[in-house]
Design a protein around this ligand. Sequence first.
Ligand SMILES: Cc1cc2nc3c(=O)[nH]c(=O)nc-3n(C[C@H](O)[C@H](O)[C@H](O)COP(=O)(O)OP(=O)(O)OC[C@H]3O[C@@H](n4cnc5c(N)ncnc54)[C@H](O)[C@@H]3O)c2cc1C
Length: 405
Amino acid sequence: MSRLCILGGGFGGLYTALELSRYPWSEPPQITLVDRQDRFVFSPLLYELLTGEMEPWEVAPRFRDLLSSTSVQFVQGSVASVDLKSKRVMLADGRSLDYDGLVLALGGETPLDRVPGAAEYAFPFRTLADAQRLRTHLGFLEEQQEQPPIQLAIAGGGASGVELACKLADRLGVRAQIRLIELGSQILSGFAESSRVAAQQALQDRGVQVELRTQVLRIEAANEKQKDNLLLHVRRIDSEAVAADPVHTVLWTVGTQVSAVIRALDLPKTEQGRLQVLPTLQLPSFPTVFALGDVAAVVDAEGQRVPATAQAAFQQASYCAWNLWAVLTQERPLLPFRYLSLGEMLSLGVDTAVLSGLGGFTLAGPLGYLARRLIYLVRMPTLEHQLKVGWNWISRPFWEGLLPR
Ligand SMILES: Cc1cc2nc3c(=O)[nH]c(=O)nc-3n(C[C@H](O)[C@H](O)[C@H](O)COP(=O)(O)OP(=O)(O)OC[C@H]3O[C@@H](n4cnc5c(N)ncnc54)[C@H](O)[C@@H]3O)c2cc1C
């Protein structure tokens, strides 16, 4: 029996595992999915946990539940290293896994070493634990009723920064003053003009102060005792003057780096550390090893550079599963990945979003929100989870209305 090992249970890894388990194998392989967490995280919906629009089980279902009706074996453990020559994966707790076919799908991390003080004082926003920690922290700040407005700064005017700013502004209302700090000359660089215009309007409507061409230099505690009183050192890029502004909370959304496991592999990589792969998603010198999602720099069959997004990882998963099956069974040819950009979506506060699709099609406001929720519902892993979330979405307004306030 061949052994397939999939490292990372995100959009790339989990969807590859689910697809592989549905294949008509003449000799079914042993499929093992490894993740350090016990839950898959549907990251585009992580913001909804801050506003209570969705519940943790909806956004982050357990792997064991998702895989219960499949032949995929789930191993919770942190991958420490991979020995590609001896075909062995080492876990941090000392366990090891031997494989015949391997999928590298360990995703990205938020680098907190870009400015002094970010690792100690800033909140990253990538994992379920990050969202829960921020939610607890916001609750704590909200309880300090007699305090002046909460000063909140978000570093990075990309999608994460903009979406966080809008959701937090809706949650905190007049209790907070929110700044969105971006080094470039515009927010949402690389996004469609229509998305940017809708986002700018949403930020303005919510009183978010957008500071462009501004660099975060350092974060430090204003005094040793109270870690929620911070000083944020910023500088406009056309000026020498440095301002040290008092803030309560800094959120860090700038950059993505690949994990230490991928960095340690002696393989061809891009400047950003992403693995160079063939259009079939194979590593050039290891035909039974595949990489996809945020760890892989993919140029598809048409020569397009594929972005590091959930949409791309989701599409790659089907090709990865097919190609892994094809390489092991030798029954059919491998297929080069073809990326189809289906547009972009951004949540812009509670119950509102913008969707910019093919041919300049744009849907904004509550209709955009509805379309985004529906699209994400059908993208969720397993029909059972889709049905549970869909039912909760429909029934929640009714049972919430029955609960005493
Ligand atoms: C807040 C947020 C919002 C986003 N919104 C969107 C969006 O709206 N649209 C979009 O297209 N993209 C979005 N993205 C980007 C998208 O989430 C990623 O591009 C996508 O998840 C990449 O898939 P992946 O499989 O490569 O990695 P991931 O989905 O990140 O999965 C990686 C998995 O590997 C596991 N892992 C990592 N290291 C180890 C280790 N050492 N051992 C074991 N397990 C490990 C992690 O726990 C994780 O489950 C968003 C990202 C974030 C953070």
